[in-house]
Design a protein around this ligand. Structure first.
Ligand code: SF4
Length: 348
Protein backbone atom coordinates (compact mmCIF):
# COMPACT_ATOMS: atom_id res chain seq x y z
CA UNK A 1 0.00 0.00 0.00
CA UNK A 2 1.39 3.40 -1.00
CA UNK A 3 1.93 6.21 1.49
CA UNK A 4 -0.75 8.89 1.01
CA UNK A 5 1.71 11.41 -0.44
CA UNK A 6 2.90 8.96 -3.11
CA UNK A 7 1.05 9.68 -6.36
CA UNK A 8 2.97 7.24 -8.55
CA UNK A 9 4.57 3.94 -7.72
CA UNK A 10 6.38 1.88 -10.36
CA UNK A 11 7.68 -1.52 -9.36
CA UNK A 12 10.14 -3.56 -11.46
CA UNK A 13 8.72 -2.24 -14.74
CA UNK A 14 9.83 -3.86 -18.01
CA UNK A 15 9.01 -2.56 -21.51
CA UNK A 16 10.12 -4.56 -24.57
CA UNK A 17 10.01 -3.89 -28.29
CA UNK A 18 10.56 -6.40 -31.09
CA UNK A 19 14.05 -5.86 -32.47
CA UNK A 20 14.96 -5.52 -36.16
CA UNK A 21 15.00 -8.74 -38.17
CA UNK A 22 12.31 -10.38 -36.09
CA UNK A 23 10.65 -13.15 -38.06
CA UNK A 24 7.16 -14.56 -37.68
CA UNK A 25 7.82 -18.22 -38.71
CA UNK A 26 9.81 -19.85 -35.99
CA UNK A 27 12.74 -17.48 -36.27
CA UNK A 28 14.08 -16.37 -32.94
CA UNK A 29 12.54 -12.99 -32.17
CA UNK A 30 15.00 -10.65 -30.52
CA UNK A 31 13.66 -7.95 -28.28
CA UNK A 32 14.97 -4.60 -27.17
CA UNK A 33 14.55 -4.30 -23.43
CA UNK A 34 13.92 -0.54 -23.49
CA UNK A 35 13.02 -0.40 -19.79
CA UNK A 36 14.53 -3.11 -17.62
CA UNK A 37 13.28 -3.50 -14.07
CA UNK A 38 12.68 0.14 -13.14
CA UNK A 39 11.21 1.00 -9.73
CA UNK A 40 10.31 4.58 -8.91
CA UNK A 41 8.15 6.56 -6.51
CA UNK A 42 6.89 10.10 -7.08
CA UNK A 43 5.40 12.19 -4.28
CA UNK A 44 2.57 14.68 -4.73
CA UNK A 45 3.85 18.16 -5.59
CA UNK A 46 7.31 16.80 -6.38
CA UNK A 47 9.32 17.45 -9.53
CA UNK A 48 11.46 14.49 -10.51
CA UNK A 49 13.94 14.62 -13.38
CA UNK A 50 14.71 11.52 -15.44
CA UNK A 51 18.01 11.94 -17.25
CA UNK A 52 20.25 9.90 -19.51
CA UNK A 53 21.61 9.77 -23.02
CA UNK A 54 19.51 8.97 -26.11
CA UNK A 55 18.44 5.35 -25.97
CA UNK A 56 18.56 5.16 -22.19
CA UNK A 57 14.83 4.37 -22.09
CA UNK A 58 13.74 7.55 -20.31
CA UNK A 59 11.03 8.55 -22.83
CA UNK A 60 9.75 4.97 -23.07
CA UNK A 61 9.52 4.85 -19.29
CA UNK A 62 7.57 8.14 -19.26
CA UNK A 63 5.10 6.80 -21.82
CA UNK A 64 4.76 3.49 -19.97
CA UNK A 65 3.98 5.31 -16.72
CA UNK A 66 1.00 6.94 -18.47
CA UNK A 67 -0.16 3.67 -20.04
CA UNK A 68 0.96 4.78 -23.51
CA UNK A 69 3.34 1.81 -23.92
CA UNK A 70 2.44 -1.78 -23.00
CA UNK A 71 4.19 -2.96 -19.85
CA UNK A 72 5.65 -6.47 -20.26
CA UNK A 73 6.25 -7.02 -16.52
CA UNK A 74 6.04 -5.14 -13.26
CA UNK A 75 3.38 -2.83 -11.85
CA UNK A 76 2.51 0.86 -12.10
CA UNK A 77 -0.05 2.44 -9.78
CA UNK A 78 -0.85 6.09 -10.46
CA UNK A 79 -3.18 7.94 -8.11
CA UNK A 80 -4.77 4.63 -7.11
CA UNK A 81 -5.20 3.44 -10.74
CA UNK A 82 -3.51 0.22 -11.82
CA UNK A 83 -1.92 1.47 -15.06
CA UNK A 84 -0.16 -1.83 -15.75
CA UNK A 85 -3.43 -3.83 -15.67
CA UNK A 86 -4.77 -1.93 -18.71
CA UNK A 87 -8.41 -1.94 -17.49
CA UNK A 88 -10.48 0.34 -19.71
CA UNK A 89 -12.09 2.27 -16.87
CA UNK A 90 -8.66 2.89 -15.30
CA UNK A 91 -7.20 4.03 -18.62
CA UNK A 92 -10.11 6.46 -19.11
CA UNK A 93 -9.65 7.83 -15.59
CA UNK A 94 -5.91 8.09 -16.22
CA UNK A 95 -6.48 10.29 -19.28
CA UNK A 96 -8.51 12.67 -17.10
CA UNK A 97 -5.86 12.89 -14.38
CA UNK A 98 -2.60 13.06 -16.32
CA UNK A 99 -1.13 14.99 -19.23
CA UNK A 100 1.99 15.05 -21.33
CA UNK A 101 3.98 17.97 -22.75
CA UNK A 102 5.94 17.05 -25.87
CA UNK A 103 9.29 18.07 -27.31
CA UNK A 104 8.20 19.80 -30.50
CA UNK A 105 5.85 22.58 -29.44
CA UNK A 106 4.78 23.69 -32.93
CA UNK A 107 4.11 20.20 -34.31
CA UNK A 108 2.20 19.06 -31.23
CA UNK A 109 -0.51 21.68 -31.95
CA UNK A 110 -3.07 21.42 -34.76
CA UNK A 111 -1.97 24.09 -37.30
CA UNK A 112 -5.55 24.59 -38.57
CA UNK A 113 -7.02 25.35 -35.17
CA UNK A 114 -6.73 28.51 -33.19
CA UNK A 115 -5.17 28.30 -29.76
CA UNK A 116 -8.59 28.98 -28.24
CA UNK A 117 -10.22 26.15 -30.20
CA UNK A 118 -7.47 23.72 -29.18
CA UNK A 119 -7.89 24.53 -25.49
CA UNK A 120 -11.71 24.64 -25.71
CA UNK A 121 -11.79 21.15 -27.22
CA UNK A 122 -9.75 19.72 -24.32
CA UNK A 123 -12.08 21.45 -21.85
CA UNK A 124 -15.14 20.07 -23.64
CA UNK A 125 -13.84 16.49 -24.00
CA UNK A 126 -12.85 16.33 -20.34
CA UNK A 127 -15.90 18.25 -19.06
CA UNK A 128 -13.70 20.87 -17.42
CA UNK A 129 -15.73 24.00 -18.18
CA UNK A 130 -19.43 24.66 -17.68
CA UNK A 131 -21.43 25.65 -20.72
CA UNK A 132 -20.92 29.36 -21.44
CA UNK A 133 -17.72 29.55 -19.38
CA UNK A 134 -15.33 27.94 -21.88
CA UNK A 135 -13.95 31.21 -23.27
CA UNK A 136 -13.31 32.55 -19.81
CA UNK A 137 -11.50 29.32 -18.81
CA UNK A 138 -9.40 29.46 -22.02
CA UNK A 139 -8.35 32.99 -21.04
CA UNK A 140 -7.52 31.85 -17.51
CA UNK A 141 -5.37 29.00 -18.84
CA UNK A 142 -3.48 31.33 -21.17
CA UNK A 143 -2.91 33.80 -18.34
CA UNK A 144 -1.72 30.94 -16.11
CA UNK A 145 1.10 30.18 -18.55
CA UNK A 146 1.98 33.85 -18.97
CA UNK A 147 0.29 34.44 -22.33
CA UNK A 148 -2.04 37.26 -23.32
CA UNK A 149 -5.60 35.81 -23.52
CA UNK A 150 -5.93 37.74 -26.80
CA UNK A 151 -3.68 35.07 -28.36
CA UNK A 152 -6.66 32.67 -28.22
CA UNK A 153 -7.63 33.79 -31.72
CA UNK A 154 -4.24 32.97 -33.27
CA UNK A 155 -3.06 29.81 -34.99
CA UNK A 156 0.26 28.14 -34.02
CA UNK A 157 2.05 29.52 -37.10
CA UNK A 158 1.54 33.05 -35.73
CA UNK A 159 3.27 32.20 -32.43
CA UNK A 160 6.92 31.87 -31.43
CA UNK A 161 8.36 28.50 -30.34
CA UNK A 162 8.22 29.57 -26.69
CA UNK A 163 4.61 30.72 -27.01
CA UNK A 164 3.68 27.40 -28.68
CA UNK A 165 5.30 25.48 -25.83
CA UNK A 166 3.37 27.53 -23.29
CA UNK A 167 0.16 26.73 -25.20
CA UNK A 168 1.21 23.05 -24.97
CA UNK A 169 1.57 23.45 -21.21
CA UNK A 170 -1.81 25.25 -21.01
CA UNK A 171 -3.36 22.34 -22.92
CA UNK A 172 -1.85 19.93 -20.38
CA UNK A 173 -3.15 22.04 -17.48
CA UNK A 174 -6.65 22.20 -19.03
CA UNK A 175 -7.41 18.67 -17.78
CA UNK A 176 -6.42 19.78 -14.24
CA UNK A 177 -3.94 16.92 -14.12
CA UNK A 178 -2.60 15.40 -10.94
CA UNK A 179 0.60 14.53 -12.79
CA UNK A 180 2.29 16.02 -15.86
CA UNK A 181 5.08 14.30 -17.77
CA UNK A 182 7.19 16.70 -19.84
CA UNK A 183 9.33 14.82 -22.37
CA UNK A 184 12.33 16.86 -23.57
CA UNK A 185 9.89 19.77 -23.72
CA UNK A 186 12.55 22.51 -23.82
CA UNK A 187 15.14 20.72 -25.96
CA UNK A 188 13.99 22.41 -29.19
CA UNK A 189 13.87 25.93 -27.70
CA UNK A 190 16.43 28.74 -27.54
CA UNK A 191 18.26 29.04 -24.24
CA UNK A 192 16.39 32.20 -23.19
CA UNK A 193 13.02 30.60 -24.00
CA UNK A 194 14.10 27.47 -22.13
CA UNK A 195 14.62 29.68 -19.07
CA UNK A 196 11.12 31.10 -19.39
CA UNK A 197 9.52 27.66 -19.64
CA UNK A 198 11.51 26.41 -16.63
CA UNK A 199 10.46 29.49 -14.64
CA UNK A 200 6.87 28.77 -15.65
CA UNK A 201 7.12 25.23 -14.24
CA UNK A 202 8.66 26.63 -11.03
CA UNK A 203 5.74 29.08 -10.74
CA UNK A 204 3.16 26.34 -11.38
CA UNK A 205 4.79 24.17 -8.74
CA UNK A 206 4.51 27.02 -6.26
CA UNK A 207 0.99 28.13 -7.26
CA UNK A 208 -0.87 24.86 -7.89
CA UNK A 209 1.48 22.23 -6.41
CA UNK A 210 2.09 20.68 -9.85
CA UNK A 211 3.54 17.15 -9.77
CA UNK A 212 5.96 16.90 -12.66
CA UNK A 213 8.14 14.21 -14.22
CA UNK A 214 10.66 16.10 -16.31
CA UNK A 215 12.47 13.94 -18.87
CA UNK A 216 15.63 15.58 -20.19
CA UNK A 217 19.20 15.04 -21.23
CA UNK A 218 20.24 18.50 -19.97
CA UNK A 219 21.44 18.08 -16.39
CA UNK A 220 21.84 21.80 -15.79
CA UNK A 221 18.12 22.35 -16.34
CA UNK A 222 17.22 19.36 -14.20
CA UNK A 223 19.35 20.70 -11.38
CA UNK A 224 17.56 24.02 -11.55
CA UNK A 225 14.04 22.59 -11.68
CA UNK A 226 13.86 19.21 -9.97
CA UNK A 227 13.62 18.10 -6.32
CA UNK A 228 14.83 14.61 -7.17
CA UNK A 229 16.66 13.05 -10.08
CA UNK A 230 16.83 9.53 -11.53
CA UNK A 231 19.70 8.70 -13.89
CA UNK A 232 18.99 6.02 -16.52
CA UNK A 233 21.47 3.94 -18.47
CA UNK A 234 20.41 1.27 -20.97
CA UNK A 235 16.95 0.84 -19.54
CA UNK A 236 17.87 0.83 -15.84
CA UNK A 237 17.98 3.47 -13.13
CA UNK A 238 21.62 3.54 -12.04
CA UNK A 239 21.32 6.38 -9.51
CA UNK A 240 18.51 8.33 -7.90
CA UNK A 241 18.03 10.70 -5.02
CA UNK A 242 17.55 14.34 -4.00
CA UNK A 243 18.94 16.49 -6.80
CA UNK A 244 21.57 18.47 -4.87
CA UNK A 245 22.78 15.35 -3.10
CA UNK A 246 23.19 13.45 -6.36
CA UNK A 247 24.96 16.43 -7.95
CA UNK A 248 27.30 16.98 -5.00
CA UNK A 249 27.87 13.35 -4.03
CA UNK A 250 27.31 11.21 -7.13
CA UNK A 251 27.93 7.54 -6.37
CA UNK A 252 27.79 6.11 -9.89
CA UNK A 253 30.59 6.78 -12.40
CA UNK A 254 28.03 7.41 -15.15
CA UNK A 255 26.35 10.16 -13.13
CA UNK A 256 29.77 11.68 -12.43
CA UNK A 257 30.63 11.67 -16.12
CA UNK A 258 27.30 13.33 -17.00
CA UNK A 259 27.87 16.03 -14.38
CA UNK A 260 31.37 16.65 -15.70
CA UNK A 261 29.90 17.27 -19.15
CA UNK A 262 27.65 20.15 -17.99
CA UNK A 263 28.97 23.23 -19.79
CA UNK A 264 28.23 25.51 -16.81
CA UNK A 265 30.66 23.59 -14.59
CA UNK A 266 33.76 25.69 -14.02
CA UNK A 267 36.47 24.20 -16.29
CA UNK A 268 39.11 25.00 -13.65
CA UNK A 269 37.26 23.06 -10.95
CA UNK A 270 39.15 19.85 -10.14
CA UNK A 271 36.43 17.29 -10.77
CA UNK A 272 37.31 13.95 -9.19
CA UNK A 273 36.54 11.83 -12.20
CA UNK A 274 37.69 10.76 -15.58
CA UNK A 275 35.27 11.06 -18.49
CA UNK A 276 33.58 7.92 -19.68
CA UNK A 277 34.89 6.29 -22.79
CA UNK A 278 33.12 5.23 -26.00
CA UNK A 279 29.51 5.25 -27.06
CA UNK A 280 26.52 3.57 -25.40
CA UNK A 281 26.21 -0.10 -26.48
CA UNK A 282 23.22 -1.29 -28.52
CA UNK A 283 20.18 -2.07 -26.36
CA UNK A 284 19.85 -5.20 -28.58
CA UNK A 285 23.15 -6.53 -27.20
CA UNK A 286 23.45 -5.17 -23.65
CA UNK A 287 26.78 -6.09 -22.08
CA UNK A 288 26.73 -8.72 -19.32
CA UNK A 289 27.31 -7.68 -15.72
CA UNK A 290 27.14 -3.95 -15.21
CA UNK A 291 25.94 -2.60 -18.59
CA UNK A 292 28.16 0.45 -18.09
CA UNK A 293 31.38 -1.58 -17.75
CA UNK A 294 32.70 -1.13 -21.34
CA UNK A 295 32.72 2.66 -20.76
CA UNK A 296 33.61 2.75 -17.08
CA UNK A 297 37.13 3.76 -16.19
CA UNK A 298 36.65 2.15 -12.74
CA UNK A 299 35.46 -1.25 -14.06
CA UNK A 300 36.81 -4.33 -12.30
CA UNK A 301 36.74 -7.99 -13.32
CA UNK A 302 33.62 -8.63 -11.25
CA UNK A 303 31.76 -5.88 -13.19
CA UNK A 304 32.09 -7.79 -16.46
CA UNK A 305 29.95 -10.84 -15.67
CA UNK A 306 27.11 -11.98 -13.46
CA UNK A 307 23.96 -10.05 -12.72
CA UNK A 308 23.98 -6.23 -12.85
CA UNK A 309 24.68 -4.52 -9.52
CA UNK A 310 21.59 -3.97 -7.39
CA UNK A 311 20.56 -0.50 -6.25
CA UNK A 312 22.17 0.18 -2.86
CA UNK A 313 20.68 2.81 -0.57
CA UNK A 314 21.83 5.32 2.00
CA UNK A 315 18.75 7.20 3.23
CA UNK A 316 16.90 8.32 0.13
CA UNK A 317 19.92 8.12 -2.19
CA UNK A 318 20.31 4.96 -4.29
CA UNK A 319 22.99 3.82 -6.75
CA UNK A 320 23.79 0.62 -8.66
CA UNK A 321 27.57 0.25 -8.49
CA UNK A 322 29.87 -2.08 -6.60
CA UNK A 323 32.24 0.71 -5.56
CA UNK A 324 32.13 1.82 -1.94
CA UNK A 325 31.01 5.41 -1.28
CA UNK A 326 34.09 7.56 -1.40
CA UNK A 327 35.94 5.11 -3.65
CA UNK A 328 35.61 7.38 -6.64
CA UNK A 329 36.87 10.61 -5.08
CA UNK A 330 35.90 13.36 -2.71
CA UNK A 331 32.33 14.65 -2.99
CA UNK A 332 31.72 17.58 -5.28
CA UNK A 333 31.18 19.96 -2.38
CA UNK A 334 32.90 22.74 -4.31
CA UNK A 335 30.40 22.44 -7.13
CA UNK A 336 29.31 26.02 -7.80
CA UNK A 337 25.60 26.73 -7.74
CA UNK A 338 24.12 27.07 -11.18
CA UNK A 339 22.99 30.58 -12.04
CA UNK A 340 19.32 30.73 -11.08
CA UNK A 341 17.61 34.01 -11.95
CA UNK A 342 16.58 35.80 -8.78
CA UNK A 343 13.78 37.58 -10.57
CA UNK A 344 11.48 35.65 -12.82
CA UNK A 345 11.75 36.93 -16.36
CA UNK A 346 8.66 38.68 -17.67
CA UNK A 347 6.81 36.62 -20.22
CA UNK A 348 6.45 38.39 -23.56
FE1 SF4 B 1 31.81 0.85 -13.16
FE2 SF4 B 1 31.73 -1.58 -12.01
FE3 SF4 B 1 30.43 0.44 -10.89
FE4 SF4 B 1 29.57 -0.61 -13.19
S1 SF4 B 1 29.66 -1.62 -11.18
S2 SF4 B 1 29.72 1.55 -12.72
S3 SF4 B 1 31.49 -1.07 -14.20
S4 SF4 B 1 32.65 0.26 -11.15
Amino acid sequence: MSAPDIILEADDVVVRFPGPGAGPFGLRRRHVQAVNGVSLQVRRGETIGIVGESGSGKSTLGRALLGLEPIAAGHVVLDGLAVSEGRRADVRALRRRTAMVFQDPANSLNPRRTVGDTLAEVLRVHGKAERGRTDRRVGELLAMVGLDPALAGRRPAALSGGQCQRVGIARALAVEPRLVIADECVAALDVSIQGQVINLFLDLKEQIGLTLIFIAHDLAIVRRLCDRVAVMYLGRIVEEGPTERVFRQPRHPYTMALIASIPEIDPDLALPLAPMVGEPPSPLEPPPGCAFHPRCVFAQETCRSGPPPVLRRADDHGWACILEPGALAAPLSDLPPLPVPTEREAFP
